[in-house]
Design a protein around this ligand. Sequence first.
Ligand SMILES: [Ca+2]
Ligand SMILES: [Ca+2]
Length: 403
Amino acid sequence: MNKILNLSPLLCALLFVLIFVFCADLPFSPNSADPSISIVLGDLRQSPDGTWLSDLLPTGGREANHANALNKSITNRAVIDEVKILVLDMTQWQSEAEFRQAWEAMNESALIDSSTHDSTKDFWDNVIRMFQSYTRDKYRFAGEFTLEIDGSVARGTINAKPGLNYFFIALREQGTTQLWFERFFTVSENEELNTICFGCGPEVRITFPPEDTTFTTNVINVSGTVGDDTVSTAKLILGEVSQTIPVNNGQFSNPVVLSVGTNTIIVQASNADGTGSDRVTVEFQGDSTALRATLIWDSNDTDMDLQMENPNGEVCSFVNPVIGGMKLDVDDADGFGPENISVNQPISGEYITRVVNFSASAGFGTTATVYIFRDETLLEIRNHTFSVSDVNNTWEASRVTLP
Ligand SMILES: [Ca+2]
Ligand SMILES: [Ca+2]
């Protein structure tokens, strides 16, 4: 016979009062003497990864609505008002694989007790009720925790028993729940090892330029490190211009073209865990340009060439980098760009910007993107894909008439 049933009603009532008094804030939390786990959710704006719970939920009727709520995307991630973590104690299992194998072997529909769903409760409450209804042979519902939100990052500390645990992490916006991540995690007895960063990706550090540097040249080299040697490319973002840059053995160094005034430079790198980024803000004090063209492209070890022809028929390119009031500020011969031509001494008439596919890497083409700035403001973005056989072909990207 179940031992609980042998308890006298008085003892049960006493236990209830003790549980209520001592655990009022976190009624289902594991004992605070359990190892603590520091959790960081790196970027809440990233797409969630969650299908497993959808599979668990019954289909049809109100339960289908719950499944829909789970998959409903939160439209404005800026107003996420709650981040919750639900912890299942899986310490009776040696590994995630062992549990999943046992779960697959079960008749799931027989396990799902739709009577646990209560139409007066919201989705999150029903998820908890559902998990609580299983807390017998397969796992134990250990508790729910709330993380602190700071912009798009959430942080907090939770406690869980040493051994295998399951974390179900949900974002909630005005009562709408979205599964963000689910993860099995083995809690160590040694608390220093219990740090989890979901969706954080590799650590990115911009080492040059330092924050708040003022430059008098418009092309600077951005360099730094990516904390994952297997990452081979990163994204370099400055205003509207977003380009791929190579990363070799965790190091990057690539030119970037500044606009007059304040520039925020962002470098992002991704791996299977998510996206990491760093940013610096610098100032460029120089003459504003009447017209400027920036070229980037999307494959490494290929050479694109930017050209600009002024109304007098003079052509600025790597052959004549300074001519007719135009200047090729930066040239690139090995992939991704940027190349940039600035018009510092404008003359009245039409300027034509062209891109020449100087070399093509074997096996794939290259998409070139040209950003045209008029008086330091983005006027247009044009792109064109060169096929592998388009070697030495020219693409006319833009025509702009200056007064
Ligand atoms: Ca080139
Ligand atoms: Ca390059």
